[in-house]
Design a protein around this ligand. Sequence first.
Ligand code: SF4
Ligand code: SF4
Length: 98
Amino acid sequence: MKKFLKQEPVSSVGPKGHKHTIIRQFCKGCRICVEFCPTGTLDLDDRFKVKVAHPEKCIACRMCELRCPDMAIFVEKGSRDQGTKGSSGGAEKDKKRS
Ligand code: SF4
Ligand code: SF4
């Protein structure tokens, strides 16, 4: 695939270890990934190419990868993800005093 690319894909790893790979040459700046990202991780740069504006927000759901019509962005889930907050528990809070 590399022989079709004029530019090397750009990869970056966020604080949770999730890796984004962007093929800028394929990105047409349609913003589909930006709009479908549930956490506001992505944005477009001044050349209307996707960028990982807030890597700390990424939850590696891969929605951007799945929605991109041009296969310009790929996500690999990292191993440093601590999981999501707000899981079950905290039953102690619900105890009522009478
Ligand atoms: S959906 Fe794909 S082509 Fe559109 S802005 Fe995002 S990465 Fe670029
Ligand atoms: S993997 Fe999910 S959270 Fe991360 S940038 Fe893509 S759509 Fe947003």
